[in-house]
Design a protein around this ligand. Sequence first.
Ligand code: CMC
Length: 378
Amino acid sequence: MMVCEYKPGLEGIPAAQSSISYVDGQKGILEYRGIRIEELAEKSTFLETAYLLIWGELPSKEELEVFEHEVRYHRRIKYRIRDMMKCFPESGHPMDALQASAAALGLFYSLRDLHNPAYIRDSVVRLIATIPTMVAAFQLMRKGNDPVRPRDDLDYSANFLYMLNEQEPDPLAARIFDICLILHVEHTMNASTFSARVTASTLTDPYAVVASAVGTLGGPLHGGANEEVIQMLEDIGSVDNVRPYIQDCLERKAKIMGFGHRVYKVKDPRATILQKLAEQLFEKFGHDKFYDIAQEMERVVEEKLASKGIYPNVDFYSGLVYRKMGIPTDLFTPIFAIARVAGWLAHWKEQLAENRIFRPTQIYNGRHEIPYTPIEQR
Ligand code: CMC
């Protein structure tokens, strides 16, 4: 058998052939199905981009209308799921609530007809439609309130913000939120997508695929970093404290949250777009002093770590955008999941098209031929 070199974190090892998205980490380029992220952020909507990723082409006007209509009318969740969520402890993290709720969907839709395009489409629609409803429902119920019913007259992002705050959002905030979803929907073979593809390769149902990916996204080295960024900005507290804070992190060899990326060695193009969106929000709704701290951090980190290719990643400015919209910090990662579900589903579909179960190898470095020691002799 061929002996291969072990690469921690599988760095540089291709886990799939994929035509869904592309990253050039040296030039800071991100494309979905060949279209640059900057163009999609300016011209597309989240649902149109989701369609592009999952079905491979931009939809025609009619195709988009049908898809939007289907998603709009599948937003409600079953009362039993809502009642199940009511039993979740309010102190629990919303990502855990989301993972459990996504998995529970599989109980209600247990038919598994993976070769049937209609089944694939129904599952895609149901997951994209209901994940925001579940995130908003948990947020309201943990405060002791009933969840708000989705509004069929509102588009995808406006409806989510409405369900969260019980009031119609400002149109600029809703559009900026929709762009945030576009920026987070897909990003090649990251940890949660890998998780989704491994789970998909066993030919289980899509709810299990999404639930496993949600669990993977939650960690602080992945999607959870956006929450940690806000905590870090709060801890720093003022622009003057930035330099000593960073110096201290470097001395302790601690990671500075929201910086660094396995693939990007320049500033993440999504961070550049998010920074501009944050500025638009500050212009309309008032400045946030955390933005001054963030900008100073970017300057100091560049000065100290540019040689290692450490620059802001997608999580650095997204929290500031959501904070300005009044969204609680522990919902930032569930919002990442609302977007990324479409990317996971695109990978689910691609994996099914040419499936082979993931079964990598390992390099055994344990012992052999050890005799069993009876318990009284240990
Ligand atoms: N702060 C300080 N130093 C860093 C950072 C950072 N945020 N990131 C990487 N480095 C240094 C690291 O110390 C190492 O230095 P040396 O070679 O001297 O030991 C070098 O850069 C390579 O780091 P690594 O940990 O081997 O890189 P990785 O590719 O395994 O990790 C990462 C990538 C994103 C997990 C890491 O950069 C990190 O932990 N960043 C902070 C958490 C974060 O913001 N995560 C969000 C990632 S982007 C969105 C997402 O995936 O969800």
